[in-house]
Ligand binder design. Structure first.
Ligand code: ZN
Length: 306
């Protein structure tokens, strides 16, 4: 049995999920494509791409341990591990695991990667609850009471307040709450340096306004209006100091195109407009979505008035 979720635009196509049992790989229309292996590569300085073809995972390395951001699908765990080890790093040196948002395609392997590394998982309070329980709550726009997104439960999750930082030795990463796509979604920023030049890296959460049928970002009789907080998340991302953008889906920031275009003299990962452009695209999607919701309500109102 399968339930497909409609994305607002083809480029933002998300997923079709089925529930799975603890040791099963999750099946979805995009999962096979997303989970194709790719060789790991340096993004900038001590920031490395260790994810799969369609789902980002980043490793930020330091002398006293490393930080891993995101865990893709449950079945991505061996691919991420292989990529980390291919770069010459050890799983047991990962001290922290962070997450963009707690959906099966970004948090699916976190439990396994935590077991393999002994790392501490850190998330916003709302995301932490989802990671502990293994399914999104009823406040998730993609919540489906019949076919919940399944995430292998994460045993221990530490909560972090908005704007605070986590550290491993000299590494310091700051959380920016970006609710909208999920209530607990977060983006992260840090600094990486190479050849004496330091760059602000931003790992951007998904900002696409997809939902189950019947959910209204503009609110309705049963739910609050989320449009202001979603717009705030988008503006927040646009305002971050951002020399290098990596999005939760690598295609959203043309990561592989940039990797292919990298030469000894040019580094296309450096794009100070990256976050602003990403935010502008998200803003267009959200405003189009809100307009559709207004149109729907307008169409429904004559009937309601009778
Ligand atoms: Zn998602």
């Amino acid at each position: 049995m399968k339930k497909c979720l409609q994305a607002v635009a083809a480029s933002l196509a998300l997923s079709c999920a089925v529930p799975a049992f603890a040791d099963e790989a999750i099946k979805c229309s995009m999962c096979e494509e997303w989970n194709k292996p790719v060789a790991p590569f340096k993004v900038y300085g001590n920031t490395w791409y260790v994810g799969t073809a369609g789902l980002s995972a980043l490793l930020v390395t330091g002398p006293q341990g490393h930080v891993l951001l995101d865990g893709a699908l449950p079945q991505s765990a061996p691919l991420i591990r292989k990529n980390i080890e291919a770069l010459g790093f050890r799983m047991e040196d990962i001290k922290l695991i962070l997450n963009s948002h707690p959906h099966f395609d970004h948090a699916g392997a976190i439990a396994e990667l935590q077991r393999a590394s002994g790392a501490t998982v850190v998330a916003s309070p709302q995301a932490a609850q989802v990671l502990r329980e293994g399914t999104p709550g009823t406040d998730d726009p993609q919540y489906d009471p019949k076919e919940r997104f399944y995430i292998p439960k994460v045993a221990e999750v530490k909560e972090i307040a908005d704007g605070k930082s986590v550290s491993v030795g000299p590494l310091r990463l700051t959380v920016h709450y970006t609710p909208g796509h999920t209530p607990g979604g977060t983006s992260w920023s840090w600094e990486s340096c190479e050849q004496g030049k330091c760059a602000s890296i931003v790992y951007a959460d998904s900002l696409n306004p997809v939902s189950m049928d019947g959910f209204h970002y503009s609110g309705d009789a049963t739910r609050p209006d989320l449009s202001a907080s979603f717009r705030k998340s988008i503006a927040r991302l646009a305002g971050l100091k951002c020399d290098v953008l990596v999005a939760a889906h690598p295609s959203f920031s043309d990561l592989f195109g940039k990797a292919a275009a990298k030469t000894a003299d040019t580094n296309p990962f450096i794009d100070p407009e990256g976050c602003a452009k990403y935010a502008a695209s998200a803003s267009r999607s959200l405003e189009a979505r809100l307009q559709r919701e207004r149109d729907e309500k307008d169409r429904a109102s004559p009937t309601a008035a009778r």
